[in-house]
Design a binder for this molecule. Structure first.
Ligand SMILES: O=C(CCC(O)(O)[C@H](Cc1ccccc1)NC(=O)c1ccccc1)N[C@@H](Cc1ccccc1)C(=O)O
Ligand SMILES: [Zn+2]
Length: 591
């Protein structure tokens, strides 16, 4: 056992020097696979994964030998404790190989799945099926896409999922955690995480209940009483999105003032001949306008900015990548020329900015202050980028001013994305934590999934579901084993960041009219936060930026206050109730 702090520092230096090679080889092999899904690339990636795991295990076990109680340097203690969590690398080699094959099978099944028309073409998720879910107003067509995707993905993953759960929990236990849910929650360095999240969720509930009632009324007007029960949940295929996680694509059906429809920005982009690369340059310009770092040359050479035209199979779900060589950062995205893809690119460039800002730290600290911080940076910038003022500045909107009715229309558009997302982003891991801790057993996966969809989102399946189905598997992050509560916490943090950055930028007036574009002061504030990486607990980082040391829904509520008043008024006028006391959809037999 080692007690000597000097030895610990040498040990950490040794890790730094050797980690670069192993980790960058692993990242390159993984990148090669997801941007060109072939058997050969898969085998190469799986092999590099084993080597990375052996490397992590070597250092992780030795890091446990240091007795750090009397160490002077708190950073040495923090780095040694971070090294000790080796995640799945703790599994014995054979089981690790098995686990990696399982993970690769699930993620690749999702990424290569398609739904075929009786005779003729097959549709991919991105962009085909998502386009159907977003634009079709024919409930039979929506049902075809909704059910087809779940048959093509969820059903294929179902037989393997409980084995994935078993091996995940085994890996977690090797790391000293009860189950994988506990290991995932440990990243937030808080022993009151679940209560804190529940509290935030409850504070935001009134917003959601009012939006749900208003949207249900609008859908009732359009689809009629045979589809919509004004006292019940909403069928999940009618919300403009494959998972009903955000509802912005049905703004036209729910527009408060239909005589003043917002301009179609996608149409404007296409008329201005935007291309994917120009969309990434647009986001890059936003960051550099604040004095933040530009995407380096390698980014433009090595990224995959659109689906390859050579027929290669790729993983289209967007992601940002850092390689352990200086300034080698990339985005993989199957970009379409649409406003939502432009805003999604701002989200990705937020990840890229984090990579660039913390790359001078020790490798151990080259990550966000918390997983939620990583997700909140880009989404906070997106709040400015999607503001009426910004889109006007950038020539993506023509009109000069927004009258009060147009402003309600605008706020509802943002609400359909952000407020609808509250219960979805909260419940995914509430469900998964119960699967990992054994509360939800494998014979109840789908029934429990829909219990959670009903309880939190007030949705129901458009057709009867069985335990042959595995509807959670139809959402990327579940087959890809990517935690999701980060996006719920990011919802709260992104508005808190936005408010702090807007104050720094000297913004006066309603929060939803703020655009921090060109603000060097806001840029300095943000850059200083990102430079910290995970070297300090995120609560301290949050306080440095916003003055508060815990997530607060105040900024979120401030942003939507004008809309909430309007929604409450509208629901009272229509005599609509909040919630879904009739807990089932039309086809389900009433008990
Ligand atoms: O999944 C994403 C965007 C992809 C990502 O940037 O969050 C990506 C997810 C991912 C993909 C593969 C492996 C791991 C995670 N995350 C990153 O690229 C990432 C994550 C951590 C650090 C650096 C990059 N968004 C979520 C939630 C969301 C976020 C923002 C707006 C709308 C919706 C979704 O679409 O359901
Ligand atoms: Zn992200």
């Amino acid at each position: 056992e080692f007690y000597n702090e000097t030895q610990a520092k040498m040990f950490l230096q040794f890790y730094e020097q050797t980690a670069e090679v192993v980790l960058s080889e692993f990242m390159e092999a993984t990148w090669d696979y997801v941007t060109n899904i072939t058997r050969l690339n898969r085998e190469n990636m799986l092999q590099k994964e084993v080597e990375r795991s052996q490397f992590m295990l070597y250092f992780g076990t030795r890091a446990r030998l240091f007795k750090t109680d009397h160490f002077q340097d708190p950073s040495v203690k923090r780095m040694l404790s971070k090294l000790q969590n080796v995640d799945k690398s703790a599994l014995p080699t054979e089981e690790l190989r098995e686990y990696n094959r399982l993970l690769t099978y699930m993620e690749t099944t999702y990424s290569t799945a398609e739904v075929c028309l009786d005779e003729g073409p097959c549709l991919s998720l991105e962009p085909d099926l998502e386009e159907v879910m977003a634009t079709s107003r024919d409930q039979k067509e929506l049902l075809w896409a909704w059910q087809g995707w779940r048959d093509a993905v969820g059903r294929q993953i179902r037989p393997f999922f409980d084995y994935y759960v078993h091996l995940s929990n085994k890996a977690a236990q090797y790391n000293g955690y009860e189950d994988m849910g506990a290991l995932w929650r440990s990243k937030y360095e808080s022993d009151t995480l679940e209560e804190d999240l529940k509290q935030l969720y409850e504070e935001l509930q009134p917003l959601y209940l009012n939006l749900h009632a208003y949207v249900r009324r609008s859908l009732y007007r359009y689809y009629g009483p045979e589809l919509i029960n004004l006292r019940g949940p909403i069928p999940a295929h009618l919300l403009g999105n494959m998972w009903a996680q955000s509802w912005d694509k049905i703004l036209d059906l729910v527009l408060p003032y239909p005589k003043k429809p917002p301009e179609d920005i996608t149409k404007i982009m296409k008329s201005q001949h935007w291309k994917p690369e120009k969309m990434f340059h647009e986001a890059n310009i936003f960051f550099t306008s604040m004095g933040l770092l530009p995407a380096p040359p390698d980014f433009w050479i090595k990224s995959m900015l659109e689906r390859p035209a050579d027929g290669r199979e790729v993983e289209c779900h967007a992601s940002s990548w850092k390689f352990y060589r200086r300034d080698d950062v990339r985005v993989k995205k199957c970009t379409e020329v649409t406003i939502e893809d432009l805003l999604s690119i701002f989200h990705q460039m937020g990840h890229i900015q984090y990579f660039l800002q913390f790359q001078n730290l020790s490798i151990i600290y080259q990550e966000g202050a918390s997983p939620a911080f990583e997700e909140a940076v880009g989404s906070a910038i997106t709040l400015s980028a999607s503001s009426y003022k910004h889109l006007l500045t950038r020539g993506l909107l023509g009109q000069q001013h927004q009258d009060s009715e147009e402003e309600v229309n605008f706020l509802l558009g943002i609400a359909l994305e952000k407020i609808a997302f509250i219960p979805f982003s909260y419940m995914i891991d509430v469900f998964r934590w119960k699967v990992f801790d054994g509360t939800i057993t494998k014979n109840l996966y789908n029934q429990e999934w829909w219990n959670h969809r009903l309880k939190y989102q007030g949705l129901c399946p458009p057709v009867p579901r069985s335990e042959e189905d595995f509807d959670p598997g139809a959402k990327f992050h579940i087959p890809a084993s990517v935690p999701y509560v980060r996006y719920f916490l990011s919802l709260v943090l992104q508005f808190q960041f936005h408010e702090a950055l807007c104050r720094a930028a000297g913004h006066v007036g309603p929060l939803h009219r703020c655009d921090i574009f060109n603000s060097k002061v806001a840029g300095k504030m943000l850059g200083d936060i990102l430079k910290l990486g995970s070297s300090r607990p995120w609560q301290e980082v949050l306080r440095e930026m916003t003055g508060e040391s815990s997530p607060s829904t105040k900024a979120f509520m401030t942003f939507f206050k004008p809309l909430l008043n309007w929604l409450v008024n509208e629901n009272v006028k229509q005599g609509d109730i909040l919630g879904w006391p009739d807990y089932s959809c039309s086809f389900e037999e009433k008990s």
